[in-house]
Design a protein around this ligand. Structure first.
Ligand code: ASP
Length: 526
């Protein structure tokens, strides 16, 4: 069975098992209290046996206006319950569903303005009874999902370092590096930025994350660190590392690592024989890392399964509805970029017929779609652009391998949409809304992430973790996006390769080549 079908199958299996748990297993007993919405806030509907503390203090019909959750006497997050709309989940408070076992919930009674809101508050220690609840059954899936995520995170630093160093150092070996390199980078950066800005516009317009019910626990860090969050300038300053080995030990220092890798790659080309040795070491290291990534990604179906069970069993269908809008936003941006932006560039700058160019490129596009990997597609891309697109080997051998690693328009816009989507969600559950500086930072980081992402399946999602940690957003959000990553990965990889091929054509035309004017649309090269 092909990998794609396997992923899909485990995805469906995860969904089924998760839903089975929803129906088959008793919901966690939230301190034995059931609530319902009322006009003033929430009302205690029933006090069930099993929670003596709650029984002693609560009577049916009592009204509360807010819930404050915390542990050890610390108030961590407060959720206003001012309308029945806050009260989702079939009579179980969504706020309480966000609490952990052992946490204390203060339920605030209506109080006179100006008086201590905690006066008369009811403190309730949440004690979930694990026996028979979903919590126990879910534990192994949560464990497996966590391990899988850890494996992905483990790959970040070595992959980024080695892929950028080899990419930049590889350019340096070309004779006419300056001219060709300048054009190539200008094309890559311009198209990636256009893609990101389109994604940013769409995600801020459609706002798929606002009010989404993703069932992710709001990490205390989102709100708590709001005051001390780094500004854009701080982040730029920190991008220059004082100690690269320290940065390499920290997934949050990705900008420093990328900065160092760019410099290292560049100076490798200036260091003669020594540079050559270092370059070879990095190339071999990169190859080995790619193999390791491949191995870890072979676990993808099971990782998806575990994460899907966890999400479905804990929260039902709500996240998928929310994710449908997110997926639609990504898909719309991908379609607009590939049928409007890139064809316009092909026609205006390359003076080529976009439709005919797309037809000529179909073998590479189909391969990209079915492998979800620009790197695996590269041999096909090279052959297709040369033989069906009639671009010279000089241009293809320079631009395409580089493009497969660093030019990822689809990935770039995906990073931007994914991160802003999660930020929109976290802002709604007690986090801090993104500032203009944050948005600018996301654009920059999405560009760097698309450059740093390896051309392998799901690499874009791995890179998203780096942006999330740089913004101090909980990386667990990306775990949820993993569940629906496969179809989006197929689409964005196709856009990545489509942009690589358009770039090769435009650069060839700018070098005076006439071949691409007459692409062969049948016959050889497929
Ligand atoms: N799979 C993509 C590629 O190879 C990268 C990504 O995950 O966005 O182009």
């Amino acid at each position: 069975m092909s990998f794609h079908w396997k992923v899909l199958l485990w995805m469906v299996a995860g969904l089924a098992v998760g839903l089975g748990m929803q129906w088959g297993l008793e919901a966690p007993a939230w301190a034995g209290v059931r609530f319902e919405a009322c006009a003033e806030g929430v009302r205690v509907a029933a006090v069930t046996p099993g929670s003596p503390a709650a029984k002693a203090h609560l009577t049916g019909g009592e009204v509360f206006t807010a819930a404050v959750l915390g542990r050890g006497g610390e108030e961590e997050r407060r959720i206003e319950l001012d309308s029945p709309a806050d009260w989702k989940g079939g009579g179980e408070a969504s706020v309480l569903a966000q609490a952990d076992n052992g946490e204390v919930v203060w339920l605030l009674r209506p109080s006179a303005p100006g008086s201590d809101p905690f006066a008369g508050a009811l403190a309730l220690a949440l004690s979930m009874d694990p026996a028979g609840s979903r919590a126990l059954a879910l534990a192994p899936f949560i464990f497996a999902g966590d391990i899988f995520l850890a494996l992905l995170k483990m790959l970040i630093v070595p992959l980024v370092l080695s892929s950028i160093v080899t990419g930049v150092a590889g350019v340096g070996t070309m004779k006419d590096l300056r001219r060709l390199g300048g054009k190539t980078f200008a094309y890559y950066v311009a198209t990636s930025l256009l893609a990101i800005l389109l994604g940013q516009f769409l995600v801020n317009t459609i706002r798929p994350g606002v009010g989404a019910h993703l069932g992710l626990s709001p990490a205390a860090s989102v709100g708590a660190q709001g005051a001390s969050r780094a500004t854009f300038i701080d982040v730029l300053r920190r991008a220059v590392p004082t100690n690269i080995f320290e940065s390499l030990g920290d997934n949050g220092s990705m900008l420093s690592i990328i900065f160092f890798a760019l410099l290292l790659g560049f100076f490798i080309t200036r260091a003669g024989e020594h540079g050559r040795v270092v370059k070879e070491v990095f190339e071999s290291f990169f190859e080995v890392m790619m193999k390791m990534a491949e191995g870890i990604l072979s676990l993808l179906p099971y990782g998806v399964f575990a994460l899907l069970v966890k999400v479905t069993a804990a929260t039902g269908f709500a996240p998928f509805r929310a994710l449908l809008l997110y997926m639609g936003t990504v898909a719309l941006a991908l379609v607009l970029h590939s049928v409007v932006t890139l064809p316009l560039l092909l026609r205006l700058v390359g003076k080529l017929n976009p439709r005919r160019w797309a037809q000529a490129m179909s073998p590479a596009l189909v391969t990209a779609f079915s492998t979800s990997s620009s790197s695996m597609t590269l041999p096909v891309t090279l052959r297709t652009v040369e033989q069906r697109g009639r671009v010279s080997n000089k241009v293809t051998s320079f631009t395409l391998p580089l493009g497969a690693t660093i030019n990822m328009d689809g990935t770039a816009l995906y990073e931007c949409i994914g991160v802003i989507f999660l930020a929109q969600y976290y802002a709604g559950v007690g986090g801090v809304a993104l500032t203009l500086g944050d948005q600018a930072l996301i654009v920059l980081m999405a560009l760097l992430a698309s450059i740093g992402a390896a051309g392998i399946p799901s690499a874009g999602l791995v890179m998203m973790l780096t942006i999330l940690s740089a913004l101090r957003l909980p990386v667990e959000g990306a775990a949820l996006l993993l569940a629906v990553d496969r179809p989006l990965d197929m689409l964005r990889t196709m856009v990545n390769v489509w942009s690589d091929s358009c770039g090769a054509a435009i650069i060839a035309r700018s070098e005076g080549e006439e071949g691409p004017l007459e692409p062969i649309t049948g016959g050889r090269g497929g």
